[in-house]
Design a protein around this ligand. Structure first.
Ligand SMILES: [Fe+2]
Ligand SMILES: [Fe+2]
Length: 500
């Protein structure tokens, strides 16, 4: 999800080319299977642990209590996340996000029950440690960190509250359990934003452990006296220290199953050793160079408005990857050779140019780049005109053999600020390339013209960019272009020494 308007995506009708519409088939199947698993777990475990008051109906259909409990918990979660999704700008949840959060909450509920019911029966421990202290081992910090890393801080806070309530209820509904779960979840999630390597993820546990251990000791002291405070502190510390490794173990599974890309994954994708980037570098070097400059521009633009700079840089590297199959049809790869479009009709050129978006989406799926990057590939031209070929086709348009609208990309338009930044950076880079030795004033004027054109054409109507954001992004583009285009100093010829 990250900072996207995914909720809108599921309900509105958009132009063709949209990656998601309604509740996709994959999510429906995963949802039904998950519900069946949780009903079974409630049924198998419910006899002893959860109240089952299905009455006479239980005799006819033994699963009725488990179905009812699954329904009640799912209703609570859907109202909780649904309300926040409608009212909080950064909590727009797509079907897969909702499914992911519900699954994590329910898994944690059963883990909480397992920790509290099963661990005290292990013969090695049960003589010395009071059973109530095992609540400090409920692995909520790891789950909250996963949500923070894959979604965002607002969703992580909501998840921590909902999962804490459910887990504390499953663990006997004691106050210390609820307070500790809220403390450990928020402490872990708060420290795990923008983590780009595995080492820092382990460090989060080390930084958070003393706080949670202290919290557990204080809670134990307040509610039960001094008897078990050291065990409480030890369990809480171990729990939070283990959160880093648990998060690292679960992240790849969650990324694979739900199509997310954490910052760690984005860093891996940004490596020039990635096979798709290598292909782009060798088969379409002009496009690769263009993508690197777009990435630099987009990263600066995103930093200026507190969007996601890493996602911008990495998505920009892949935004035109669909050009690898026909690189010679794109101007950046034509240096020195003749323009193949000279011998093609504007209509034919249009088909080839439009195909790079579709091909990019195909490659994104093949190389598992994640939904975030795939959506930016789909949206990076929005529904803008192919201006060059539109001009070329004026004769056909006047003779009514073609219309202006056929020379538009199919969309969708950018839905996120990151998508919008990449669209603007892409156009700005292409225009800057066509300028010969531009002055700073010419560069500034060109950036303003391109941003205004996108705005007036309605390309930014579906994302959360404000006019203030647009101004900040334009300023960042101007700064970077000026540095890139004016930084080349003429070297003196060899042996003649520095210029006077
Ligand atoms: Fe493109
Ligand atoms: Fe591009």
């Amino acid at each position: 999800m990250s900072d996207t308007k995914n909720g809108d995506r599921n309900h509105r009708n958009h132009e063709s080319g949209e990656p998601r519409r309604g509740i996709p088939f994959r999510e429906t199947v995963i949802g039904l299977l998950s519900a069946a698993v949780f009903v079974s777990l409630f049924y198998l475990w419910g006899e002893e642990i959860f109240p089952r008051s299905a009455g006479r109906l239980g005799g006819i259909f033994p699963f009725v209590g488990a179905v009812a409990l699954t329904l009640a918990v799912t209703l609570f979660l859907s109202e909780w996340f649904g309300f926040a999704g409608r009212e909080v700008r950064k909590v727009r949840l797509a079907a897969r996000d909702f499914l992911f959060l519900c699954s994590l909450s329910l898994i944690l509920l059963f883990l909480a029950k397992g920790v509290v019911e099963v661990l005290p029966s292990v013969p090695l421990w049960n003589r010395t440690v009071p059973a109530r202290l095992y609540v400090y081992l409920i692995p909520l910090p790891a789950f909250a960190m996963i949500v923070r890393v894959l979604l965002n801080s607002e969703v992580a806070i909501l998840f921590t509250v909902a999962a804490s309530v459910l887990s504390a209820a499953a663990a006997g509904g004691r106050w210390p359990a609820l307070l500790f779960l809220l403390l450990s979840g928020t402490a872990g999630a708060a420290r795990s934003g923008r983590i780009q390597d595995r080492y820092r993820m382990l460090l989060v546990g080390i930084m958070t452990a003393p706080i949670c251990a202290l919290g557990a000791i204080a809670l134990e002291l307040a509610f039960h006296g001094t008897a078990g405070i050291w065990w409480a502190g030890l369990f809480a510390g171990i729990n939070v220290l283990a959160a880093g490794p648990i998060t690292l173990a679960i992240l790849p599974l969650a990324e694979y199953a739900f199509g997310y890309a954490s910052d760690i994954r984005l860093m891996e994708l940004a490596s020039t050793g990635h096979p798709l980037l290598k292909r782009l570098m060798l088969e379409a070097p002009g496009t690769f160079h263009h993508s690197v400059i777009v990435g630099t521009l987009a990263e600066a633009g995103a930093s200026a408005i507190h969007a996601n700079p890493l996602l911008c840089r990495v998505a920009a590297l892949f935004h035109d990857v669909g050009k690898v199959s026909k690189p010679q049809y794109f101007s950046e790869n034509q240096a020195g050779s003749e323009n193949v479009h000279d011998v093609l009709s504007p209509g034919m050129s249009r088909v080839v140019i439009l195909s790079h978006v579709k091909e990019g989406l195909r490659l994104a799926k093949e190389y598992r780049l994640g939904d975030g990057i795939a959506e930016i590939i789909a949206q990076h031209h929005g529904t803008s005109y192919l201006y060059y070929f539109l001009d070329k086709a004026q004769a056909e348009i006047q003779e009514r053999r073609a219309t202006e609208e056929t020379f538009r990309y199919p969309g969708p338009r950018p839905r996120t600020r990151e998508g919008a930044i990449i669209m603007l950076a892409d156009s700005v880079e292409a225009a800057a390339r066509s300028l010969k030795d531009p002055s700073q004033a010419e560069l500034d004027e060109m950036v303003m013209r391109i941003v205004n054109r996108a705005y007036l054409d309605g390309q930014l109507n579906e994302c959360d960019m404000t006019l203030r954001d647009l101004h900040a992004v334009s300023q960042a583009f101007m700064r970077i272009l000026s540095a890139v285009l004016h930084a080349r100093v003429d070297y003196p010829e060899s042996g003649k020494g520095p210029p006077a």
